[in-house]
Design a binder for this molecule. Structure first.
Ligand SMILES: [Cu+2]
Length: 169
């Protein structure tokens, strides 16, 4: 019952996306990467989102031409047991940022139509609550990766303004 409700929601989001097809002008994505796991295990996708507008923008999900199934999840640990739950949306605060990162929010990627291996680039189209979308290239990294790795993946992104931002790498 929960699944069918979600499917309806997804269908609605897709339609909204096609109707508007507007770029998410006020959201900038960086450090986008995918952790590829062996076999049929689902992959996790991580990205940092910055909102340069004066209003919060909610991330609702993502679409992919490679993965048939993409879900927004949150990992948490309680009593030494880690679990994942589905979340409807993640707010990117006004003039702030939100991160999808290991042990926290992530996209769960399932049912790849072709094998994805470390070094590959996979485009996920991020979908926001206002109907806007943002196509973002994610770099596939191995199972033991902890972050996006190479700083070049960040600096190669066009249109990013790093002005006052500090980097720890
Ligand atoms: Cu998950």
């Amino acid at each position: 019952m929960k699944l069918s409700r979600l499917s309806l929601l997804c269908a609605g989001l897709l339609l909204a996306g096609f109707a508007h097809a507007a770029d998410a002008d006020h959201i900038h994505a960086s450090h986008a990467w995918i952790r590829v796991l062996p076999g049929a295990l689902p992959a996790g996708a991580y990205v940092t989102l910055e909102n340069d507008s004066g209003a919060p923008i909610a991330l609702r999900g993502a679409g992919s031409t490679i993965y048939a199934d993409v879900m927004l999840h949150q990992s948490s640990t309680a009593g030494g047991v880690s679990r994942m739950s589905m979340v409807d949306s993640l707010d990117v605060p006004a003039h702030g940022k939100a991160a999808l990162a290991p042990a926290g929010y992530h996209f769960m990627l399932m049912q790849p139509k072709q094998p994805v291996k470390p070094g590959d680039t996979v485009t996920l189209t991020l979908q926001f609550a206002d109907g806007s979308t943002l196509a973002t290239d994610f770099i596939a990294r191995p199972a033991n990766a902890l972050d996006a790795g190479d700083a070049h993946a960040d600096h190669a992104m066009p249109g990013m303004d790093h002005g006052a931002m500090s980097h720890d790498h």
